[in-house]
Structures are given as C-alpha cells and as structure tokens.
Design a protein around this ligand. Structure first.
Ligand code: 1GP
Length: 253
C-alpha cells in the first residue's frame, strides 16, 4: 500500500504496517543486500532512510541500492533540509511538535519547501514527537528540545491532537534509536485514542514482545532500525508478527 493511502484509511480498520529504518551511517552494501534478500520472504511495507545525525555521504548510494533491488517504497526520514534526495519515493516532513525549537517546527521546512515542490517526492506531513525513554537521545540533543516525559500520556495525547488540528497527517511517537525502553503502551493508546490519523511508533523495539505491545496499544506503523542492524533475523520476526495481525483481520472480515 502506498504510504499516502495510510492517512486515507480509517484507523479503525486496524491494519498494521512495518517500516524498517535504515541508517546510512550504519549499513554496508553487503548488509543492505542481505536485508533485501530477507524481505523477499518476509515482506516489509516501507523503508525509512535517515537518522538524527548522519556523518557520512552514504545516503544517496543506499537509496540507489534500494531502488535497484527492491520495490518497497523508500521514504526519507530526514534530520534536516540537507537530507532531501529525489531518488526516494517520499519524505516524512517532520515537524517536531514535542519541542519548542522553531527551526525544527517550521524553519527547516521553509528551506526545504522549494526543493520539495520541484521534486516528485510524495510529502507526508508528520507530527514528530520525541519521548523521554531514560537517557538523552541524539535526536533530542541535536534538536535542542525536551522530549515528552515518559509517564505523561496526557501530554502526548494533547500534543498529537494539536498536531492533527494543525493539519498534520501522521503522528510519529519516537523513543529514539536504540532507546533503553520503548514508548509505553499507555502513551501509544492515549495518542491512538486522541487522533484519527495513523500513529507511527518506533525506538527501542528489540523483542517480539515489545513489538506486540506497541501494536496491541494501537500503533499503525511499527518502525524498527537498530535491532535489525544487529540481528537481521529480527526483520523476519516482526514481519511475521505484523502479518499475523493482518491475517486475523482478514479472517474476521
Ligand atoms: C528511531 O524510531 C526509530 O528514530 C527506530 O528506533 O533504531 O531503536 O529501532 P530503533
């Protein structure tokens, strides 16, 4: 399903999606090809490409490789306006609504806007919310913003509501790459309840149980990066898990 159709589907449909986050700094060509082989038998819905701090110039090569060897949509997950690449299919235009740094709320977007308008990229306006999962993350430090406190689901819900009212079409709850613990089920459920738009959840999902907890709480899109880089077999586990939700859905229809 194209990513754009997600925001048109009724969230009550319950269909789940799986996005693999690929950090250009951490992947070799061989490890990327290995992941692509795995996706042939264990489908993923989207590749997100990016990271909070990209220190190499590998992104363009990575996207080229993905487009050469796979039909899975490639969606940019940029840390700033420099990370636009026209080879991708789309871009999460992230407004960091959990923070109060104008640059990441609107500033980078002003710089990116003419490039995005001139490109063929599908633009996905996304309310991006960092959640405090126990230690300061690269995203929080680099953006100079305070994350939503872990045990304050009401703050997360109100922030998501505000994002939706402002017209954002996706909400992304992120505990940060390699987070010590994922965003709580309580917070995911509160946000899911508060908005109609799809809820994307990622950060620190490194067991099937944690993936299941996020899906059960209402995540529409599950994002896994770090743990798949370390254990590629986890891609198959999450793929199977997400498929089991969708099969159950189809059976009961
Ligand atoms: C981070 O949500 C993503 O921005 C994925 O996190 O790398 O911990 O899976 P992980």
């Amino acid at each position: 399903m194209p990513f754009k159709d997600l925001c048109q589907q009724k969230t009550t449909s319950g269909r789940k999606h799986f996005a693999v986050l690929l950090d250009p700094d951490n992947l070799t060509e061989a490890s990327c090809l290995n992941l692509l082989t795995l996706t042939e038998s264990h489908p993923v819905d989207f590749f997100f490409v990016g990271g909070s701090l990209v220190t190499t110039d590998h992104q363009a090569g990575l996207i080229r490789l993905l487009k050469e060897h796979s039909t899975v949509p490639v969606i940019l997950f940029p840390s700033n306006s420099l990370h636009i690449d026209k080879q991708a299919d789309g871009i999460l235009l992230l407004s960091l609504i959990s923070g109060r740094n104008a640059d990441f709320l609107i500033g980078q977007h002003v710089i990116a806007a003419p490039m995005l308008k001139a490109s063929q990229l599908q633009v996905y306006p996304t309310g991006y919310m960092l959640v405090d999962t126990g230690r300061q993350t690269t995203a929080s430090y680099m953006s100079g913003t305070a994350p939503v406190p872990f045990d304050k689901p009401a703050i997360a819900a109100c922030t998501a509501m505000a994002g939706e009212l402002l017209g954002l079409q996706y909400i992304y709850l992120d505990g940060g790459s390699g987070a010590m613990k994922p965003v709580s089920a309580e917070m995911i459920a509160a946000v899911r309840e508060a908005v109609e738009v799809p809820v994307i959840v990622g950060g620190g999902i490194n067991t099937t149980e944690k993936a299941k907890a996020a899906l059960d709480a209402g995540a529409d899109v599950l994002v896994v990066g770090n743990h798949i880089e370390k254990n590629p077999g986890f891609l198959a586990e999450v793929s199977n898990l997400v498929a089991s939700y969708n099969v159950a859905l189809d059976v009961h229809r």
